[in-house]
Design a protein around this ligand. Structure first.
Ligand code: NPW
Ligand code: K
Length: 531
């Protein structure tokens, strides 16, 4: 588990170190620049031999200061280095100014580079803006557009006469908000709003924006370099500041091990509610996932007329026909049902809403997904009033917007000042409002509990799982989380662990994945975890 620091917290950590006298800002800047050079040479060993050409684009703040350090260090290695500045050198902050002076060679205005027709280098360094970005960068739209083209269309080629540079972003690609991963749109919509890079080198710890929204695609690859900072552990320091979030993973295998002393009921009984005939596939996917993740028993509860359809498909999973809320309430008199899942394939009719209310009244662990969420589009507060802390909501973007339209609007309206409202902010607010765990799905899934705990479970970088965007994949996730809750995991643990396993199963299976494959790949994931 890695703690992710927002820009405000990162500044606070830096301040503590400087005020304690352990380090100066100038030393931190030197370590940051050295970290970038080290990361570049680790990523492209060819650049470690001989003399190469670098272009360093510096901005008006300390990110630019890091750029001047990189320029100097590369020059000391014998490289040809050209430096361009976006801003007024007289207005640089003190540490950046010192490094501007230490550089001591020519610095030209950025326009002189941006208007050139050739990339003219082997390494392009984006030191324009870091965690201090506060608004859009309209004048740089064309440069960013060209950078994206370079990253997407041209492989890095050391020594190319016109330049096919490796592009490295210092701290965060310029234009990306470090807290949210969002960019700040400007009037020139046909241009890009943020830089693109092959490699992004950040310091001390990653920031939420490296994992959210546009962040990962802009960063390319992410490397975190230690610059000798320590995040204070004491509660007083933390109590005065905003809450952090973590990057979840890997899972703790001890949460998933089965106790040999338990019989099947000791591992819980999951009840997955299904919709009418012809709509039962989603519930069967969720049920299979709940069973594979280790629930001792799984039952699909369905309208009487859907029993025969389920019966021809299911073996180890039981089928229970039941009539409406009365039938569900009666079934739940059996206290061995330890967790429920409602939503996948249930339909948007009134019966779904009534079944959800009956299920919630039972106080059991409950996962609500898909139609069980959308059904409450017009009356979200009626749902929130019934939710409790053993509930997990698993909305995708559309479902989130139905339940939390105001939060969704803040998240989708173009921000004009930074830091931009983030998916972490939105999910945290949603969990507090709903009074339960919210899993806001996407490649940048965010999971939050009502007490403020929050983690990002991102399927990006080395954990990218593009084949997971397939029909039924969400139903499987709901089933995995329900199965884990049936086994006794608290809602937040079940949500985080389930989301991580879901991505891991997709990665283990690889290309060609369909939803049915996910539960079947869980045994392999468990073996790899040493269970
Ligand atoms: N913290 C640490 O521990 C360490 C930090 N380090 C490095 O420092 C970086 C943070 O430096 P920073 O705070 O000076 O911010 P940075 O991103 O350089 O730019 C801010 C400047 O830009 C301006 N500005 C903003 N938006 C603008 C716009 N759209 N268009 C035009 N101007 C705009 C803004 O001025 P404003 O007008 O908003 O007052 C301000 O002048 C960090 O990312 C890392 O690289 C490392 O050296 C080591 C340890
Ligand atoms: K940058």
């Amino acid at each position: 588990m890695t703690e992710l620091l927002t820009s405000e917290l990162m500044r606070a950590v830096e301040l503590v170190a400087i005020q304690s006298g352990q380090v100066t800002g100038l030393e931190l800047m030197e370590r940051a620049g050295q970290g970038v050079v080290d990361a570049v040479l680790e990523e492209w060993p060819d650049l470690g031999q001989g003399e190469h050409r670098a272009v360093v684009l510096c901005g008006p703040g300390n990110n630019g200061g890091d750029g001047f350090v990189v320029a100097r260090l590369l020059k000391e290695r014998g490289w040809q280095v050209e430096v361009f500045l976006y801003g007024n050198p007289d207005k640089l902050p003190p540490d950046a100014k010192t490094n501007f002076e230490r550089w001591g060679a020519a610095v030209r205005p950025l326009d002189a580079y941006a208007l050139g027709e050739s990339w003219g280098c082997d390494l392009l360094v984006d030191a324009l803006f870091g965690i201090g970005l506060t608004r859009g960068l309209q004048p740089l739209g064309e440069l960013f557009w060209n950078m994206e083209d370079m990253v997407d269309c041209h492989p890095v080629e050391v020594g190319h006469p016109r330049g096919r540079p490796a592009i490295v972003a210092i701290d965060v690609p310029s234009g990306i908000c470090a807290d949210s991963g969002r960019s700040f749109p400007h009037a020139e919509e046909h241009r890009r709003f943020a830089a693109s890079a092959h490699l992004t080198v950040t310091f001390h710890t990653a920031k939420p924006g490296h994992y959210l929204d546009e962040g990962p695609s802009a960063c390319g690859k992410l490397v975190v370099k230690d610059i000798g900072l320590v995040t204070p552990k004491d509660n007083d320091w933390r109590a005065q500041r905003q809450e952090t979030c973590t990057l979840f993973g890997p899972v703790d295998p001890s949460l998933l091990r089965k106790d040999v002393k338990h019989h099947k009921y000791g591992h819980g009984h999951a009840l997955i509610m299904s919709g009418p005939p012809g709509k039962g596939g989603a519930a069967r996917l969720a049920a299979r996932a709940a069973l594979r993740v280790g629930a001792g028993l799984v039952t699909v509860g369905c309208p009487m007329r859907a029993v025969s359809e389920h019966a021809v498909h299911l073996n180890a999973i039981m089928v229970q026909g039941l009539d409406g809320t009365h039938g569900l309430a009666e079934l739940l008199e059996d206290s061995r049902f330890s967790a429920l899942c409602l939503g996948p394939g249930m339909g948007l009719g009134p019966s779904t809403g009534e079944l959800v209310k009956t299920a919630l009244a039972s106080g059991r662990g409950i996962v609500l997904d898909a139609d069980a969420l959308s059904r409450f589009q017009r009356t979200p507060q009626a749902l929130f009033d019934l939710l409790h802390e053993s509930c997990v909501l698993t909305p995708h973007g559309g479902e989130f917007a139905r339940l939390f339209p105001d939060l969704s609007e803040r998240l989708t309206t173009a921000p004009d000042i930074g830091p931009a409202y983030s998916k972490v902010d939105a999910t945290r607010e949603a969990a507090a409002r709903a009074g339960c765990v919210v899993v806001f799905k996407g490649a940048d899934t965010v999971i939050a509990a009502p007490d403020g705990r929050c983690s990002i479970s991102a399927a990006v970088y080395e954990r990218a799982a593009p084949w997971l965007a397939t029909a039924g994949s969400g139903d499987v996730l709901a089933g995995i989380i329900c199965g884990l809750m049936a086994r006794g995991l608290p809602a937040m643990n079940a949500a985080e662990t389930g989301t991580w396993l879901h991505v891991e199963a997709a990665r283990a299976f690889g290309p060609g994945l369909i939803a049915e494959d996910l539960p079947e790949t869980l045994p392999r994931v468990f073996r790899d975890l040493g269970l």
